[in-house]
Structures are given as C-alpha cells and as structure tokens.
Design a protein around this ligand. Sequence first.
Ligand code: R5P
Length: 327
Amino acid sequence: MPTTALRQIQRPLVVASGRAHPELAQDVAKELGVDLLPVSAYDFANTETYVRFSESIRGADIFLLQSHTAPINQWIMEHLLMVDAAKRASAHTITAVAPFLGYARQDKKGRGREPISARLMTDMLRTAGADRLMSVDLHTAQIQGFFDGPVDHLWAMPILVDYVRTRVDVENVTVVSPDAGRIRVAEIWASKLGGGPLAFVHKTRDVTRPNQAVANRVVGDVEGKDCVLVDDLIDTGGTIAEAVKVIMAAGARSVTVAATHGVLSGPAPQRLADCGATEIVVTDTLPIEASKRFDSLTVLSIAPLIATAIKEVFTDGSVTSLFDGNA
Ligand code: R5P
C-alpha cells in the first residue's frame, strides 16, 4: 500500500560545513556518529564564492555549519550560498548553525542613521532559505526575535562553569561582569558557582571609536577574592585586559576569565597574556590558530553541546532540556 510505504520514509540527518571552521564541524560530526557531507567550495578570481553539495540531499534534514570568523563577510556569504543551494536541492529542513553569529553585536541603533546589522544577518539567512537558526551565546538574547522562525539559542555556560569550578576556590569567588549590561549573566554564573558575591566594572566607550573601551573602576567586593570575569566574547581583548587590571588594582587575589567566543583579533593574544589574569578560558566556537594561542589560554570544545542540540532538533526532542533540565 502506498500509505504504508510513505509512513516508512525516514529523513536522513545531514551535516555539512563551510570552509571557515572545518575542525569544529568534524568534531560535531564525530559526536553525532555521521560523516560530513562532501562540499565543493572555492573562490573565483574576482573573489566570488562557489559551493556545491557533492551528494543528493533531497528530503534531508540538513544542518549547515559555519562560524562567522575573519574574513567574516566571505564566510557569511558562503553560509548564505550553502543555505540557498540546500533549498534548491530540495532539502526537507535547513538549519543554519552559526556557533558565532557575525554582526550580532550590532543589535540596535546606538545613534541615528545606523543599520541594525544583526537583524539584516538573520533576514538574509531566512531569505536564503533557512528554516531555523542555531547559535551559541548570541550577544543579546533578544536577537532570537530577529529571525522569523525557530531559534535554538545554546548556552556555553554549563561547559565553562564545569571547567572553571575545577580551577578556582569556589568558597572565595566573586563573579565580575565587565560592564553593567552583563550583570544578569554574572548573577547566573554566581549562583552556579555557589552563590558568592557579584561585582561589575564601570566601563565607558566612545561610540565613534570601535573596539575602544575604558575600564574606570570596579564596583563591588573583590578584595582578597578569586574573581571570575565573564563575557560573551573577546575581540581585541581591550575590555577584558582593562577589566583585569582594575580588578587586580582593587586587591583581588586572582582573576580567571571565561568567555564563550575567542575572536582574538589583532593585539588580543598579547594583551591577554600580559594583563595579569591567571587563566583565560574560551570555547572553540571560532577557530583559534596556533599563532594566537598563549600559555594561559584554555580552549574548551563546544562540539558536544552543538551535537547534542542537533540530535534533539532532529529527533523532535527538547533543546531546553540541555539547560537546567527544563523540558
Ligand atoms: C561588549 O559588549 C562585548 O560583550 C565585549 O565585551 C566586547 O565586544 C569585547 O571587545 P574587545 O575585546 O575588543 O574589547
């Protein structure tokens, strides 16, 4: 009977990666026990990008991984082209997996006549054909509402907390937010590390000068404490290096830094190595080449989290259950 035959159709799980961070895609595929779909991708002489899936993906639930690292615009374009190719190849569902979503920092108009670039990013992915978006620690949670479809917003916090807990004296911890905007996140960190006190750095920024922040002073009790300074990303390292210095100047015993995304542009490795932090902990949502690594840098794998989330989505399970067990 045709109806019985139709009921027996099982959709394949397919994972494919762009060229930005193939190591992470390999790790995710390994966790899932699947092979990455072969993709042919190259650049024309004028820098236009070409992509093609080497095997049929008709009817598949396809997960397209691309970390938006430098050269960021090239890798975003490649991501969009992969989504478009999947749509035109009759994939059943298309999930754009951007462990680090480019332009997420530009999520509002700070001044007149600016774009809202994070919104444009999500619109482009949707227009290209993405049914859903998966990302880790978006700059602000409300970016989920920019994408007109389901968003799986994963938190690296459980991975970072589990590691940091083994590296500090949890009886003597103060969690520090690098600015007033991230206090709520620091509060959750503090509760997971045993409920110690909170502090934040009073930071000011000149909006006309990118990547320049001034850490003025720390507000809260850090004297004699093992401070855990938490942020979503480290780009040039200015915010974190300045914050570590003011925290140490205020009498902290040590500072451990935990951030999800190690962008580590330009002077970041040197600044971080020299800032006085005991350890800088990030995940590998972005590739961190050997030349950017330094002794006090620890890079944790984000692959198990992404793989588990993909499995939950594919099997119609619960992504929420991965965080605090709320189904
Ligand atoms: C700011 O809101 C972010 O959370 C980061 O603190 C900031 O973008 C890091 O940039 P940088 O490392 O260049 O100071």
